[in-house]
Design a protein around this ligand. Structure first.
Ligand code: SF4
Length: 565
């Protein structure tokens, strides 16, 4: 059987070899290989006329090259209708040489950020080579410096106002109602280097060490001067010697005292020694102190900043491609959407989302003059402070709290030692434990959260845990079990739970993932914008404003096409 198979394949190979030989022989003999052609099909190759020196009777208009339904036409139209010129006039001083039209520059930047042409050099190139940009600019070609200056100076001043105007236009046209605000945050890397960190802990540690050095030096000098029974200057070292920490003014004062003493000294050896000490104070301690003070001022409440973009904070990036949770200099972008349109944004320097909700919504209310009826966001914002704030504003909080899902689990519900599963008598203020004992109210204490928000904790204690067979499972306390209850937080969580389970709000909660997350996905994923090009919070905010405006134009374009189609 196998022999037959190999015989057949040998025959096939011979057959193919003879065919190849035959074809080679035919070519050698000058015969053309036969080409099959259909009926009426010529085998002659023809080209369309190609003449680069061809003259046009009527020069072509760039406008003719732009399809009537192209996105760039919508960008052009919307910005024309926004009255950008009036807004920009406030920020442009008169006089001087004629400048490029501000409306044209805004159009170029918005379209640039929509199409991944974001740097001023890339934009300048596009204005020379890309027909869409040429059409937008009316064939004007500002160079990259002009573009950069416009973005960094003029646009930075007016970007927020332009964006707010566009949002109001969308509301007036009925695209958004400004009722439901879907908020979320994302981190975008700063343009600064990744290894340019300044850590608060390091600054504080070094500053402490310097204070120790200063204390030791002053103590040593005080002792020496006391032995000499000497007193120099208006203030001697005694005042400085009593300090635990020193400011740069203190170090300057120390240098002044040393200088006065140096002038009064006569002994050359002593003069030389003191002169050396003064040099250390003036040239080492003082600059170091000033540097630490400057760093602390830049840090503010933050734990870090970048040397090359002091506004950027080192944050753990979610989408770190190496997956090692590397800390990078970044900004925390908070944005809110409705009907797929970006309605508001703010840039924050702290990595956590929780504390951004209140300031962001306050700024939004100031910009738009209205507050949303409901705020829909994830559990990262579900803090007592945020719930209280939204309740005060009469805004519905469609926000989960951190244990919302856990509470639904079987494990949680069946855990008989969880106080949430115990009977609670609100009127008489007591719990009943699994051993049937009462845990009665004892005292209240005032406290504050990490952000300084005041809270009240009520303490309850079991009447007696002595001899309880469940004690080892119930508590690690030596005596009676003690529990803390935050009455207000308990009430707010119960309210949040009711909202989340309500049919109408449940729909909004589900909608959240396709609202604001889509914006971040489009900008970071599809447009590939993962790192700011400019440095400083103001400039970064301008960049995000351009991206948001561009995103809204695309959304408008999608909706218009959907309607037309
Ligand atoms: S340890 Fe105390 S609180 Fe816990 S079940 Fe026993 S009696 Fe109740």
């Amino acid at each position: 059987m196998n022999e037959n198979k190999s015989e057949i394949s040998i025959n096939k190979m011979e057959e193919q070899a003879s065919l190849i030989l035959l074809s080679e022989n035919e070519q050698q003999a000058g015969t053309k290989p036969e080409r099959k052609s259909g009926k009426g099909v010529s085998d002659k190759v023809t080209y369309k006329p190609y003449d680069q020196s061809q003259q046009f009777l009527i020069p072509p208009s760039v406008d003719e090259l732009i399809p009537s339904d192209h996105l760039v036409r919508l960008v052009n139209k919307v910005i024309d209708e926004m009255g950008v010129e009036q807004l920009l006039r406030k920020y442009q001083a008169g006089g001087g040489a004629p400048r490029y039209h501000a409306v044209m520059m805004v159009k170029v930047f918005v379209y640039g950020y929509m199409t991944r042409v974001c740097s001023s050099r890339m934009l300048a190139k596009a204005l020379r080579e890309n027909v869409m940009f040429m059409w937008l600019s009316g064939n004007q070609k500002p160079d990259f410096r002009t573009l950069n200056d416009f973005r960094g100076k003029i646009l930075q001043e007016v970007m927020e106002e332009i964006f707010v105007t566009s949002v109001k236009m969308l509301a007036a046209a009925g695209y958004i109602k400004l009722e439901n605000y879907f908020e979320d945050g994302t981190k975008i890397e700063s343009a600064s280097g990744r290894y340019t960190f300044v850590w608060k802990k390091t600054v504080e540690k070094n500053d402490k060490k310097l204070d120790e050095k200063l204390r030791a030096y002053i103590k040593m000098a005080e002792q020496a001067w006391e032995d000499e029974n000497a007193e120099y200057g208006d203030k001697d070292l005694e005042e400085l010697g009593g300090k635990e920490t020193f400011s740069s003014e203190d170090v300057q004062e120390l240098a002044g005292v040393l200088r006065q003493r140096l002038e009064a000294l006569e002994d050359e050896k002593a003069k030389k020694k003191l002169s050396k000490e003064l040099k250390t104070v003036e040239q080492e301690y003082l600059p170091r102190k000033e540097k630490y003070e400057a760093s602390k001022e830049i840090l503010g409440e933050r734990n870090s900043y970048s040397k090359t973009d002091a506004d950027a904070t080192f944050m753990r990036m979610k989408e770190d491609h190496i997956g090692n949770g590397q800390l990078k200099p970044a900004y925390n972008v908070q944005a809110g959407t409705e009907n797929g349109f970006v309605v508001g944004y703010d840039i924050f320097q702290n990595p956590g989302d929780t504390r951004t909700l209140k300031p962001h919504l306050e700024r939004q209310a100031g910009r738009l003059g209205v507050r949303p009826k409901a705020v829909i966001t994830d559990a990262g914002y579900g803090s007592e402070e945020n719930y209280v704030y939204l309740e005060e504003q009469e805004t519905v909080a469609v926000i989960k709290y951190n244990t919302y899902h856990k509470e639904k689990s079987k494990k949680w519900k069946e855990d008989k030692f969880r106080t949430e599963n115990w009977e609670y008598n609100a009127e008489e203020k007591y719990y009943v434990c699994p051993n049937g004992k009462k845990l009665t109210y004892r005292e209240s204490r005032e406290d504050t959260t990490g952000s300084g928000f005041p809270i009240q904790i009520d303490r309850y204690e079991c009447e007696s845990c002595e001899g309880c067979p469940m004690k080892s499972e119930c508590t690690k306390a030596q005596g009676n079990r003690v529990i803390d209850r935050n009455e207000r937080l308990f009430r707010l969580k119960t309210k949040a739970k009711e909202v989340l389970q309500d049919e109408e709000y449940s729909k909004l909660r589900k909608q959240r993932s396709v609202e604001v997350e889509t914006v971040f996905g489009q900008i970071k994923g599809n447009q590939g914008f993962r790192r700011f090009l400019l440095r400083g919070i103001e400039k970064v905010s301008t960049e995000w404003g351009l991206l948001s405006l561009g995103y809204n134009m695309k959304q408008l374009f999608r909706l218009k096409n959907k309607k037309a189609g």
